[in-house]
Unconditional design. Structure first.
Length: 291
């Protein structure tokens, strides 16, 4: 009797265990399926972009999507050799690097000031400037730069791209500077350091992950900026997002050239992000956690 009762008591327990394992398996499979669906939605445009860059114009304009074809690099050759794409890439790099560097030079002290002296009004003004549609700034910028003769110069494009990058840098770094204990600065003051000295020697080194993350994000936003570059650039300073329009004409769209140009525009950003993704993730997560 005791054996049969023990067996009977174990049976419900075994059933409960099997149900729990099945439920866990279903949740795991569902999670992976959801991740797969999200990845498909996110990555399919890039996959199609690469296919477009490797197909001929005949295949690209076919009414029925062409999935099986002989790849060609002619589109890439045309983009690089016939459209000065390397020059456009250099322009984008110079503008993004200058705007990011100046954004760090001005934005880091501003973020430190907001964090240490609780300047909520200034922080709100910067946020409003970041959220304001870029078209709002375009006409005043254009009139001012035309009057100063700065259209089609790195100066004009760098200054306008600061509107994109510097508020981003400031808002990322505010939380970082708030997390640095003030006791460290006070110790530096006791040792005779000035506020600027403490900022340079103590605050900035401790905030390196955030600075790297903010720099990369500001660089990427500047690299992808289109509106300001479309109006304020010219033959000497045209960046790659604007140069893509060379493949669009009134009568025809060069889909293969567009795809190849899009791949070449995206590739540096993707490679840069993959190389330093650890810094970006670390920087953003550290800045979101209070110390």
């Amino acid at each position: 009797m005791s054996g049969s009762s023990a067996t009977t008591s174990r049976a419900p327990a075994d059933d409960a265990g099997r149900r729990a394992r099945r439920a866990k398996t279903v949740r795991t499979v569902g999670t992976y399926l959801l991740i797969l669906a999200v990845l498909v939605v996110m990555l399919f445009p890039f996959y199609w972009m690469i296919l477009t860059s490797l197909r001929t114009q005949v295949d690209n304009v076919s009414r029925v999507p062409v999935w099986i074809f002989t790849p060609t690099l002619e589109n890439y050759q045309n983009v690089i050799a016939r459209n000065n794409f390397l020059e456009f890439t250099w322009n984008s790099f110079v503008i993004a690097a200058l705007s990011t560097g100046i954004g760090l030079l001005l934005g880091l002290p501003a973020a430190y000031s907001i964090a240490r002296f609780k300047q909520e009004g200034l922080a709100l003004a910067i946020l409003v400037a970041r959220l304001t549609p870029y078209i709002t700034y375009l006409v005043p910028w254009y009139l001012a730069f035309r009057a100063l003769g700065l259209i089609d110069t790195y100066v004009a494009l760098t200054l306008t791209h600061l509107i994109v990058g510097m508020p981003l840098i400031i808002w990322i770094m505010i939380s970082f500077f708030e997390n640095v204990p003030q006791e460290l600065e006070e110790s530096a003051f006791v040792d005779g350091a000035s506020r600027i000295g403490a900022f340079v020697r103590i605050i900035l080194p401790l905030s390196t992950p955030g600075i790297v993350a903010a720099s990369i994000l500001a660089f990427i936003f500047s690299w992808n900026q289109f509106l300001f570059s479309l109006v304020l650039s010219g033959p000497n300073t045209r960046p790659v997002p604007v140069a893509v329009f060379n493949f669009i004409s009134y009568g025809q769209i060069d889909f293969g050239g567009l795809g190849a140009a899009a791949v070449l525009i995206t590739l540096p950003v993707v490679v840069l992000t993959l190389v330093i993704q650890r810094w970006i993730v670390t920087g953003l997560t550290m800045g979101a956690v209070k110390g």
